[in-house]
Design a binder for this molecule. Structure first.
Ligand SMILES: NC(=O)c1ccc[n+]([C@@H]2O[C@H](COP(=O)([O-])OP(=O)(O)OC[C@H]3O[C@@H](n4cnc5c(N)ncnc54)[C@H](O)[C@@H]3O)[C@@H](O)[C@H]2O)c1
Length: 369
């Protein structure tokens, strides 16, 4: 690729940065040459699965730099303070200093962990996000949120740390297992529901092409979905308002994931059921029609995403437990639940007015009899 072929879209936040969509891994080095004249040392942080598939392609463009690769095992458990400490020791052994640039090559786990590492190592070093899952490409690599988990909760320790750039190579998605694709699809459908009815229609009409992984259709889907995220975080980088809309479906979804001890339900499945529950709640508030709810359910089902909790015994008790679990949501203010509700297809609003009874009713709607 010559660089001008790939026009970036820009996150126009406090510290603007480009998101390159459809940029080959091999060409990242060329971009670094144009941007960072002082750069000598590059630290790639990745996991063994992704490294095996893509590290060599990335390194091809980095021949002029001293490159080290730090490997983190796959899995959410790796987003921990212990792993952060180990990364720090290993980075120091490689001579990492304030002038090093970190490349986060992988899915959301690597992006969050490597990003948080870059944000605190010697008070912050340069970072490029190279997302390789659908979820990371359309969502987690954009917006500057980085974090690790704590026994008290997910993403408790984190920062807003915008990267120098996001470098998205669509071809890395070719190897992504369908279960991982589903996690990204749930977020993409959420983006469509919040902000882009045209994208929603695109999902409804492009089922075959998307399932067959037609490269042009995927390119369009990732581009349109990423653009929603770029637009929203550009207007509200620090989540003072608008950005909270991106949590649509997540208050319900997180409660479900927690209720099931993160077993038997993926994040995408939790979000999918959460979107439907939020839609029922929106209907109770007069923001949705049943026809629109059926459209949402139909679309999620088209891509194999669940719209109901089939076996409530999996969450051990009754919907009341799920309601209780929603109390822990980070968005809540002063004991009041803050919920994101869809308003038709393509719009969403923040609501502080939902009663526990209404939320309970919404839960009941997504639990099979
Ligand atoms: N920072 C944010 O704004 C933000 C937003 C949403 C989610 N997240 C975080 O993202 C994480 C989830 O990210 P995820 O869904 O990408 O999961 P992940 O990073 O765990 O990746 C999923 C799996 O896919 C494998 N993989 C990655 N790329 C691959 C490829 N191209 N081909 C084959 N296999 C590949 C990985 O090895 C891993 O096993 C969570 O920790 C979540 O908290 C962060």
């Amino acid at each position: 690729m010559s660089l001008p072929e790939c026009q970036p879209i820009e996150v126009t936040a406090d510290k603007p940065y480009p998101v390159f969509l459809g940029a080959p891994l091999e060409a990242l080095g060329e971009y670094l040459h144009t941007q960072f004249k002082d750069l000598e040392h590059v630290l790639i942080i990745t996991n063994p699965v992704v490294a095996e598939l893509y590290a060599e392609r990335l390194k091809k463009g980095l021949l002029d730099y001293r490159v080290n690769c730090l490997m983190v095992p796959a899995g959410e458990n790796e987003k921990s303070l212990e792993r952060l400490s180990q990364l720090t020791s290993a980075a120091l052994r490689f001579g990492t200093d304030r002038h090093t640039l970190v490349i986060a090559l992988g899915g959301g786990v690597i992006g969050d962990l490597a990003g948080f590492f870059a944000s605190i190592f010697m008070r912050g070093i340069r970072l490029i996000q190279v997302p390789t899952t659908l979820l990371a490409q359309v969502d987690s690599s954009i917006g500057g949120k980085v974090a690790v988990n704590h026994p008290a909760g997910k993403n408790i320790l984190g920062a807003f740390y915008p990267p120098q750039a996001v470098w998205t190579d669509f071809t890395t998605l070719d190897s992504l297992p369908w279960l991982e694709v589903e996690n990204g699809l749930a977020e993409s459908i959420k983006h469509a529901l919040i902000r882009n009815s045209g994208l929603f229609k695109f999902f409804e009409t492009q089922e075959d092409n998307l399932k067959q992984r037609n490269p042009l259709t995927w390119r369009e889907m990732v581009t349109r979905s990423s653009t929603v995220k770029v637009t929203i975080v550009s207007q509200d980088e620090r989540e003072q308002g608008l950005r909270a809309l991106l949590n649509l479906g997540h208050s319900f979804g997180h409660a479900l994931e927690t209720g099931m001890n993160y077993r038997g339900v993926t994040h995408g499945q939790g979000v999918s059921i959460g979107l439907v529950a939020a839609a029922y709640l929106a209907k109770a508030k007069g923001l949705m029609t049943m026809t629109e709810i059926d459209r949402i359910k139909g679309l999620l089902s088209l891509y194999g995403l669940p719209t109901q909790i089939v076996d409530i015994t999996l969450v051990k008790q009754d919907p009341q437990v799920l309601l209780e679990l929603m109390k822990a949501d980070k968005k809540n203010q002063g004991g009041r639940k803050i919920l994101i509700l869809p308003q038709g297809i393509g719009r969403a609003v923040i609501s502080k007015e939902c009663t526990d009874l209404e939320i309970l009713e919404a839960w009941k709607q997504v639990i099979s009899a």
